[in-house]
Design a protein around this ligand. Sequence first.
Ligand code: NAG
Ligand code: NAG
Length: 445
Amino acid sequence: MADSGASALPSSPSQNRARLISTCLAGGLIIGFMALIRLYLPAGGNDPLGLVARLRRRRKSSNRPVRVYMDGCFDMMHYGHCNALRQARALGDQLVVGIVSDDEIIANKGPPVTPLNERMIMVSGVKWVDEVILDAPYAITEDFMRKLFDEYKIDYIIHGDDPCVLPDGTDAYALAKKAGRYKQIKRTEGVSSTDVVGRMLLCVRERSKSDTHKNQNHSSLQRQFSHGHSQKFEDGGSGSGTRVSHFLPTSRRIVQFSNGKGPGPDARIIYIAGAFDLFHAGHVEILKLARELGDFLLVGIHTDQTVSASRGTHRPIMNLHERSLSVLACRYVDEVIIGAPWEVSKDMITTFNISLVVHGTISESSDFQKDEGNPYTVPISMGIFKVLESPLDIITTTIIRRIVANHDAYLKRNEKKAESERRYHSENQLAKIIEVRLHYVKATG
Ligand SMILES: *[C@@H]1O[C@H](CO)[C@@H](O)[C@H](O)[C@H]1NC(C)=O
Ligand SMILES: *[C@@H]1O[C@H](CO)[C@@H](O)[C@H](O)[C@H]1NC(C)=O
């Protein structure tokens, strides 16, 4: 303050000193005044004039980092969640993420597919996240909001542009809005957990049935899971592998997710390749381990065709660009090859100056152990191949199984509820109730 005054208006040292003293006095008075106001405000009470908020904002203009908060279930996390976190982080200097506990999710919408410990690994693994809070409530409460402001020193609460109402019909963020401490981000176009689940169920039904009558079931599932979207089927490029995706990758989105930095001059470059389909906690943990072996982690992401060829036409669930974004959002990843070849060639090792090629012990296939058709023949012969003990026993199939089991349990719960309600409602009303429930689960999925 004294600095800017001095540069705008040259004055003598004594004048400066006087101005400095009066500034300090005024500052002290303001702080004292604000302390008094805080004393008079009942604990947990409102801040109708936004005075406390105004003081906070003033403090922010010093060098304290701006802390922003966003919460969610982060169940079946995908690049859409990552993009939301990226946007939230851009509104401040530090992003604190609240993860809703398993109990809260069970109480509000039935069991989550991914347990809290895995959801924590996933969220903490996103490069725009600075801190996580593990006991966020499902719907934000006034008490919790106060805790965020006072204990976690949060400046702004961030939420998507979809309305968020409490059970009593009020706006969940009314308090934060009133205090001028609420900011909004746009929802990511083209993806939702419901879409992802729909794709997974499609892939499982598809596989468990003979190929006949496939289309009819596609359309029924499509209707079931893509309510409100105008959806198109996209051919996966592998012939019969049909899947739903309306993700349109742009170069800007890829740039936003990239680190934009190459390896340093003497960097030890580690290479790991895979499908990274339905990016999960097991992926995050193996990437972390791989990154620790060098200075720069290069991740090769196989093309959709390559994945289909090794895992069947129903895979991958997420297309190449979606998988690339999920991997790019991971803090342990420095660079990705979008569409890496199956085999690690001598040419690739030279081009990228790869020091070590790694592969985890837990994986969908054991091609890396085979004598014939082993994609790692070259690095093995060069003595630069290493098998890493996978920290978590999770593969993409595990995730698909969980989702299908969760969906079946959900249908059963729904059936039971419907049965007990049958006594009270006519057929027509019942249909309406079920539809509303389905809609709710989809919307919050
Ligand atoms: C579609 O799937 C359901 C089970 O999900 C099955 O009962 C039905 O027979 C299938 N329809 C066709 C036309 O194959
Ligand atoms: C290749 O990587 C090694 C470290 O493994 C490094 O010393 C060397 O400078 C790199 N070469 C080039 C051309 O960057």
